[in-house]
Design a protein around this ligand. Structure first.
Ligand code: NAP
Length: 250
């Protein structure tokens, strides 16, 4: 069965991507939607155009979740036509003050889980399949006061870029998505009280989801919503990071 496997599908961008997926990938027959709060997935499952939905409760920070996912895939052997590594979080605060457990949790979900889920899913992907990685504008320039978060997102973008090359031979497309701030649970969950966040233009989560799916369909590598953030991406490419770090602090 052609399957979309989406992490972090209980809310925010992951939920929107799931809801709009059928419009861009009508061939999807089954959704595997991962999050801890599967009850939030069940609330919208019937809106997925009659496709089969499997809400999978996994804490992606935990190693045993990767073994559980690997076992499930080995048993069911779906064809993963679309993989969306979207689950992620970021805590705001100075590295010396933020509790260590939070900083580790951010690395576990944004780095360890993305790498594990991808490696586990890849054997089930075929020519024409797509792998999507949700990174952030935080990957462009290191962000003081979200130092761990921005470093994890730099990892995601770098990892996706290397994978794109590796998977060319298998004709699997790789897309990395770099949104600016979106009005989701991310802000409250991460305790973000940054003045920079208050000033920045927000991205509409529905538009980001649509743009993500369009970019994946077309096989584009990088997708950033809004001209403002596209220009920021350009600046980050041409100017030394040390010049931009003070302006990019959160
Ligand atoms: N919102 C922004 O301003 C913004 C900007 C740029 C990039 N992003 C990125 O966009 C992606 C989606 O974030 P969002 O804005 O949609 O935030 P969100 O509404 O907080 O959604 C985050 C999702 O990740 C899941 N998740 C978090 N920790 C998890 C864990 N340990 N195990 C399994 N699932 C976990 C959550 O599910 P459960 O809590 O149910 O487990 C939820 O479904 C993230 O990668 C984020 O870094 C967000």
């Amino acid at each position: 069965m052609k399957t979309a496997l989406i992490t972090g599908a209980s809310g925010g961008l992951g939920r929107e991507i799931a809801l709009q997926c059928g419009r861009y990938f009508p061939e999807i027959e089954e959704y595997w939607l991962i999050a801890r709060r599967t009850e939030k997935i069940e609330e919208y499952a019937q809106r997925l155009g009659g496709a089969k939905v499997r809400a999978i409760s996994l804490d992606l920070a935990k190693d045993e979740s990767y073994a559980a996912l690997a076992e499930l895939l080995a048993r069911e052997k779906p064809e993963i036509a679309l993989l969306v590594n979207n689950a992620g979080l970021g805590y705001w605060g100075a590295a010396e003050k933020l509790p260590v457990e939070k900083q580790i949790n951010c690395v576990d979900v944004n780095v360890k889980a993305v790498s594990a889920v991808t490696a586990i899913a890849l054997p089930y992907m075929r020519a024409g399949s797509r792998a999507v990685f949700v990174s952030s504008i935080a990957s462009f320039v290191p962000n003081a006061y979200m130092a761990v978060y921005s470093a994890t997102k730099a990892y995601v973008t770098s990892y996706a870029r290397a994978l794109r090359y590796e998977l060319k031979g298998r004709k699997i497309g790789v897309t990395v998505v770099c949104p600016g701030p979106m009005d989701t649970e991310f802000i409250a969950a991460g305790g973000v009280k940054s003045k920079t966040f208050e000033k920045l233009p927000y991205c509409d989560v529905r538009k980001v989801a649509a743009g993500t799916l369009r970019a994946a369909k077309k096989g584009r590598f990088i997708y950033t919503n809004k001209l403002f953030y596209k220009f920021y991406r350009f600046l980050a490419k041409v100017l030394p990071a040390a010049w931009l770090v003070p302006a990019a602090k959160t």
